[in-house]
Each structure stands twice: as structure tokens, then as C-alpha cells.
Design a protein around this ligand. Structure first.
Ligand SMILES: [Zn+2]
Ligand SMILES: [Zn+2]
Length: 262
């Protein structure tokens, strides 16, 4: 049995963990090292099984705790060349960190990790499709302005999908953010709205996804219930019912979400 847990998720910090066959991979380290270690312990993930950290991109909400964590754990970091370069230049990793470029399907911790490009305003942002040692497929796509063909292809066929639902369009429009930030978020290289996320969730459920985790919800421009309603309403229109055809989790911002088995 493979396990996934969104430890923290949202604009203030992101970190997730995937475990299979006694080995684990962390995806992003965007909260403090202490918060990550506490959350891993709470979710019964053995530190001795942690074999690497996949980093989606260098924005601080994905790497805030990375440097301290690496000083403690001495495990390799996998990301695109652009992300690794940015982390190194900004001293967001220790000088002696083991940095490994991931550009094609790579076996890490007994899992096959396939990176794919995501459209976001960072230096080589990635999503990951992970096939566990049991052959189960998990797709992670967070921080993306729109769904590209590459993203869609990578997520299609994943039984479990972790997808961003960043903002409710109306809340963003009438909310307190300055105009330039609203434009950045809603641009093709910003974040996914609930509506965009819902359209992709429908496609993926129709292609066989059975568990959806909505992640990276904006604190200002979204709520868990708005995001969940947008997705369930869109799927219901197409005849797909929650709990019958798929299960939905909205990842918590402030505490580890329940573990998903897949
Ligand atoms: Zn970002
Ligand atoms: Zn982010």
C-alpha cells in the first residue's frame, strides 16, 4: 500500500510526502524544518526511510525549510536545472547539498519519478508523476497558470491526482490584492482557478482518476468549501458523483491532512 499526505498546503507553505515499500519522498519543503519533522512524525513517516526531496520550484512557499532540513537529513534534492541553480545562487540550500537534476523518468526510493514542465513564473517549474513500487500512479501539479497538453498527459492515467485549486475567480476580482498581483495570479503563468481546476478534474476522473486532492488554496481568494463546491458541481453536471465515482480531499493549510492510501 502506498501513502500520500499533504503535510501543509497553501500560499504560506507547501510540503507533501509520498511513501511506498518503506521508502519515502518529500515533495517541497515550504514550511519550517521543525514543522515538517513534527508533521512527518505525526503521520508516522520514518525519517530513516526518507530518501530525497523533490522540489517543484524555488518560490519561498516551497523551499522555506529546505536549508535547515538538508543540514539535518543529508538527502539529495531533485529539481530542474533552473530551479537548482536558483536555489544555489540564492543560498537556499547548504553549499555542500547534493543537488540532482531530474529531467526524465528516474528511479528514486524504489519509485519511478517522471518530471513534467508546469507553466508558472519560476525558473524551470515542475510537476511530478510518481509510480510507486506497487505500480500505483500519483500525479502532482501545483502552481500552474493553465493546463498544458504536457500537464494533462502526465496526469492522465494517475489514480490519485494532487491538483492546485488556488483561487475563486470572483473572490480574486473583488478581493484586496493590488491589480498587478491579481493579474499575475490569473495569468497563464500564475495559478489555477477553481473553475480551471474543476474542468481538469472532470477530464481526469473520466480517464480513471479515483482520488483527487485539491491543494495550494489561496488564503485570501479561496475557501475549502468554495473549492470543493466548484469541483463537485462541475463533476456532478457531467454525471460523476463524489464518493461513488471519486473521492475528494481539500488539503489543509495549517495542519497535516489525513493520509491517503492508494
Ligand atoms: Zn510558485
Ligand atoms: Zn506556491
Amino acid at each position: 500500500m502506498s501513502k500520500f499526505c499533504a503535510l501543509y498546503s497553501g500560499s504560506s507553505g507547501n510540503s507533501m510526502v509520498v511513501s511506498s515499500g518503506g521508502a519515502s519522498l518529500l515533495v517541497d519543503a515550504g514550511v519550517s524544518c521543525k514543522a515538517i519533522l513534527t508533521a512527518l512524525q505525526e503521520r508516522e513517516v520514518e525519517l530513516s526511510g526518507l530518501q530525497g526531496i523533490l522540489v517543484t520550484h524555488e518560490h519561498i512557499d516551497h523551499v522555506r525549510g529546505l536549508k535547515v532540513l538538508l543540514k539535518k537529513l543529508h538527502i539529495p534534492v531533485y529539481a530542474s536545472a533552473g530551479t537548482l541553480n536558483s536555489l544555489y545562487q540564492s543560498q537556499l540550500v547548504p553549499a555542500d547539498a547534493e543537488l540532482r537534476v531530474i529531467a526524465q523518468p528516474t528511479e528514486i526510493a524504489g519509485m519511478e519519478v517522471t518530471p513534467f514542465a508546469t507553466p508558472h513564473d519560476a525558473a524551470g517549474p515542475l510537476g511530478f508523476a510518481i509510480t510507486t513500487s506497487e505500480g500505483e500512479k500519483l500525479g502532482i501539479a501545483t502552481d500552474l497558470g493553465h493546463i498544458t497538453q504536457e500537464v494533462d498527459q502526465a496526469l492522465c492515467g494517475c489514480g490519485t491526482v494532487v491538483l492546485e485549486a488556488n483561487y475563486d475567480e470572483y473572490s480574486l476580482r473583488v478581493g484586496p490584492y493590488p491589480q498587478y498581483l491579481k493579474q499575475r495570479i490569473s495569468s497563464n503563468f500564475g495559478h489555477l482557478s477553481n473553475t480551471n481546476s474543476a474542468a481538469e478534474c472532470l477530464r481526469l476522473v473520466q480517464k480513471g482518476a479515483r482520488q483527487i486532492v485539491l491543494c495550494h488554496l489561496s488564503q485570501e481568494n479561496n475557501t475549502p468549501s468554495l473549492a470543493a463546491e466548484a469541483i463537485t458541481a462541475r463533476l456532478q453536471q457531467a454525471g460523476c458523483l463524489a464518493d461513488r465515482d471519486y473521492r475528494l480531499q481539500v488539503a489543509s493549510r495549517s495542519k497535516p491532512s489525513p493520509v491517503i492510501r492508494f
